[in-house]
Design a protein around this ligand. Structure first.
Ligand code: MG
Length: 279
């Protein structure tokens, strides 16, 4: 059972139910750098401990602070497709990219972009972290290329996404790539954390109000299918992240957008809680 974190003092392993961070002897600044340098997740997980610190003092950053790419999936849950009025038959995945520079860690502030501050929305999602280079892999083999899971918030400026900002065309990538728009964390949980990696409980709260409550078994395209599909369009590299899509309960369908001071909390079983406040 291993949950790994990136901190300002290097890579750590959570111990004592997450109360303690055991900092590891690894020659890499963070988990992303370690994976990108070719270390495999098993050797990262079992590295020697150099220091133990209370988790409250550990200053977590995003597990993968600068992935080489972040793929994201749209209309990934049937109830969310219905919620946003997408009536086409569920066939191939709907895919887009997010800018790696949009990543922040748990506790980081989500900032409203000057270009589009009014319709910023959350999307709680399971995120897959790639552990080994994957090109044209099958769904059957896909999990052997995965380092583990984390949580991400696919923050989205709906007015940019829908083309409601004067002088800006509708643009999904721009809507989801503003600085701070990909909170990620708190930990990377290796696959042995999960009895069934394809059936995890995901919940999102906004200021304590439960907004999203789903299981990843409801994904139209399960994780192995997504990894296989994406590996056939680009090589997936160590540290790449796949945001697998969000269930129903996003804010814009109820006309409730994020405002300054609001807290978004996303929990997935055995990974932890990703908590971010809007600045
Ligand atoms: Mg999304």
């Amino acid at each position: 059972m291993t949950r790994l974190v990136s901190t300002v003092k290097g890579i750590g392993r959570l111990e004592d139910d997450g109360e303690v961070v055991a900092l590891l002897h690894l020659d890499a600044a963070d988990l992303g750098a370690a994976l990108q340098a070719g270390l495999d997740i098993a050797s990262i997980s079992t590295a020697e401990v150099r220091e133990r610190v209370p988790a409250a003092q550990a200053q977590l950053i995003a597990p993968i602070p600068r992935p080489s790419k972040i793929w994201a999936v749209g209309f990934a849950y049937a109830d969310h497709r219905y919620e946003v009025g997408y009536t086409g038959a569920a066939q191939e995945p709907v895919i887009f990219l997010k800018a790696p520079s949009s990543v922040i860690g748990t506790g980081g502030r989500i900032r409203f972009p000057k270009a589009a501050p009014d319709e910023v929305d959350y999307e709680g999602e399971l995120a897959v972290v790639i552990g080994r280079r994957a090109t044209d892999v099958s769904a059957t083999d896909a999990y052997s290329f995965v380092a583990g899971f984390t949580i991400c918030n696919d923050v989205s400026a709906r007015d940019v996404q829908k083309g409601r900002v004067p002088g800006r065309a509708a643009d999904v990538t721009a809507a989801k790539s503003f600085d701070t728009f990909t909170p990620m964390g708190p930990a990377l949980a290796t696959l042995d954390e999960f009895d069934d990696p394809d059936d995890l409980h995901l919940r999102t709260w906004v200021d304590g109000e439960l907004r999203q409550d789903a299981r990843t078994s409801q994904l139209i395209h399960p994780v192995p299918a997504l990894v296989s599909y994406l590996s056939r369009q680009t090589t997936l590299e160590p540290g790449d992240v796949i945001a697998t899509g969000t269930p129903s309960g996003v804010g814009h369908k109820r006309g409730q957008f994020l405002r300054s001071g609001v807290e978004v909390r996303i929990e997935i079983e055995n990974i932890g809680a990703l908590v971010n406040t809007c600045a």
